[in-house]
Design a protein around this ligand. Sequence first.
Ligand SMILES: NC(=O)c1ccc[n+]([C@@H]2O[C@H](COP(=O)([O-])OP(=O)(O)OC[C@H]3O[C@@H](n4cnc5c(N)ncnc54)[C@H](OP(=O)(O)O)[C@@H]3O)[C@@H](O)[C@H]2O)c1
Length: 304
Amino acid sequence: MRILITGAGGLLGLNLALQARSDHHVIGVDRCRLAGVPFDQVCVDLLDPGAADRLLEAQRPDWLIHCAALANLEACEADPDLAHRLNADLPGEFSAACARRGVKMAHISTDAVFDGTKGGFYSEEDDPNPMSVYAATKLQSEANVLAANPQAVVARVNFFGWSPSGRRSLSEFFFNNLRAGQACNGFKDVWFCPLFVGDLVETLFGMLEVGLTGLYHVVGSEPLTKYDFGARIARQFGFDEGLIRPVSVEQGGLTARRSHNLRLSVHKLSTALGRDIPTVSTGIGKFYTQFQQGYPQKIQSYPQ
Ligand SMILES: NC(=O)c1ccc[n+]([C@@H]2O[C@H](COP(=O)([O-])OP(=O)(O)OC[C@H]3O[C@@H](n4cnc5c(N)ncnc54)[C@H](OP(=O)(O)O)[C@@H]3O)[C@@H](O)[C@H]2O)c1
């Protein structure tokens, strides 16, 4: 397949492009921040008017995986107009452009669309109630994408892994602090279901291969608190987990409001794919294996 990946310089996009290139022709879209990547690269500022349509016309992919976003919650609070343009409008434009050309689109959304007031697991049927500019713009993106193209698939994700900057993911936050022997906060009152980025990539390809359409929760199958996630990283790497302060998210000094419960059910996804979705435990093991194999150095060598 010929696959166009936006946000190819980001945490998900670069892992996706590196993993996909062994089986597919990958074209990564970024703002020329990468050098020496082992896949085709096109430099585009997606904020340029008409960029989505021009890219699809020029590249003619079979699949588009749209990962580009303003994914920093605090940055979205600081510039809601930019967040809306990039996170909500642009995915709709890509979706319409894909519909016109029969290109299969996978759009990446977020678990953060829920307010966390539900006691148990959220299903795709539950009503979202975004608590931040970021979450509101991502929720709008889901509607825009599916209205323009019902054949698209929208994945609400939460993931961790090694990033090109070395500090994008929560796993790297704990790794960097603990390796340096520095104390850091771990939220005791935020539950989530992180999926290792390599498992997310495999799952997304599985979804595209069987032609899923519509909305899916694509997260890990095991919920835990952010504090416990940090403690598990510490144990896997042999760091001192006592350095992690168990605090409330309200004590975190963050501008954007966060949900306390982001437990998402993957029942719809696992039923559609006919297999179990990986757990965070196996994912942390793979995160560690990549560390042993020098993957962080490799992925951090591409930004120029
Ligand atoms: N990380 C998570 O745990 C998480 C959780 C839930 C959902 N998500 C979603 O997953 C997707 C990927 O997230 P991520 O963590 O990989 O984010 P990321 O590392 O911040 O990557 C986003 C990418 O989008 C690119 N981009 C932004 N504005 C652009 C523009 N105008 N033109 C071209 N490229 C532009 C960025 O490029 P520049 O470097 O040039 O700015 C960056 O490489 C996003 O849709 C995010 O909302 C992430």
